[in-house]
Design a protein around this ligand. Structure first.
Ligand SMILES: Nc1ncnc2c1ncn2[C@@H]1O[C@H](COP(=O)(O)OP(=O)(O)OP(=O)(O)O)[C@@H](O)[C@H]1O
Length: 249
């Protein structure tokens, strides 16, 4: 059963078409990466799918219970502690303080934060700890669907790798489905079951490739070999490193 279905979605900003004919489906427990060049419309698709933007055309069907979002910037509240930041979605849904504290502690631990971090403020955290806090906040409500919008682009290579492992482990443990937006093909191959490639100008999904095995079960050599195979031998990926802002009419 599909949890998210977009059918012939089209959108324009200020009269300029940025998306046309976007059709995709994501099933329960499936992590789907969406790749494409900068400016091709990946974030706009996620915003439309999550209901943040009303598309100009097309249909959206969501049958998930609850979604969460993780963005490139952790977007933490600077005046609140790690525990309060993580527990914030539960506060919005009026859970009592004791429930919030217990759930925030468990989500923090699952995201690799230490009990001593719970009382810290965002300014005291490293970039990785901030992003771990954002992931814990996303997962504290036990979503069955998560939107990741280039969450690790700003992190260095080693940290990025640890955060990807965190997403893989969390998705397997909590069995949420996800739309994972990235322009890093290694990342897409590492974290997802299936990769969708957006057309260079957002005119439809150019194609998709299903990856062998489950995320987390692939070794680094196989991931690297797959990336090379896609980039050098698969025409679907020929455009993904283009900067389409210069091409777009
Ligand atoms: N709020 C907005 N108002 C006007 N134009 C916008 C807005 N948001 C996005 N755009 C334009 O829509 C197009 C698609 O942007 P979008 O951010 O979805 O692309 P992207 O593939 O996610 O890019 P990147 O990989 O660089 O984040 C771009 O040309 C962008 O300039």
């Amino acid at each position: 059963m599909s949890l998210l279905s977009l059918s012939r979605i089209g959108h324009a900003f200020f009269g300029r078409t940025v998306l046309e004919g976007i059709t995709l489906e994501i099933g329960a427990g499936e992590v789907v990466a969406l790749v494409g060049p900068s400016g091709s419309g990946k974030s706009t698709i996620a915003h439309i799918a999550a209901g943040l933007i009303e598309p100009r055309e097309g249909r959206i069907a969501r049958s998930y219970r609850r979604h969460a979002m993780v963005f490139q910037e952790p977007r933490l509240m600077p005046w609140a502690t790690v525990e309060q930041n993580i527990g914030f979605p539960l506060r919005l849904s009026r859970h009592p303080r004791s429930t919030r504290r217990a759930a925030a502690g468990a989500a923090a631990e699952a995201a690799g934060l230490l009990p001593a971090d719970l009382g810290k403020y965002p300014v005291e955290l490293s970039g990785g700890m901030r992003q771990r806090t954002a992931i814990a906040r996303a997962l504290v409500t036990a979503p069955d669907f998560v939107y990741f919008d280039e969450p690790f682009t700003a992190l260095d290579v080693a940290l990025k790798r640890r955060m990807q492992d965190l997403v893989i482990a969390s998705a397997a443990r909590a069995s949420f489905a996800a739309l994972f937006i990235t322009h890093d093909l290694m990342e897409a191959i590492r974290v997802s079951h299936r990769i969708l490639v957006l057309d260079r100008l957002g005119r439809g999904i150019a194609g998709e490739r299903r990856l062998a095995g489950d995320p987390g079960a692939r070794d680094e050599a196989a991931i690297f070999a797959q990336r090379q195979a896609f980039l050098t031998g698969d025409p679907l990926f020929a455009h993904i490193h283009e900067l389409d802002e210069r091409l777009r009419p």
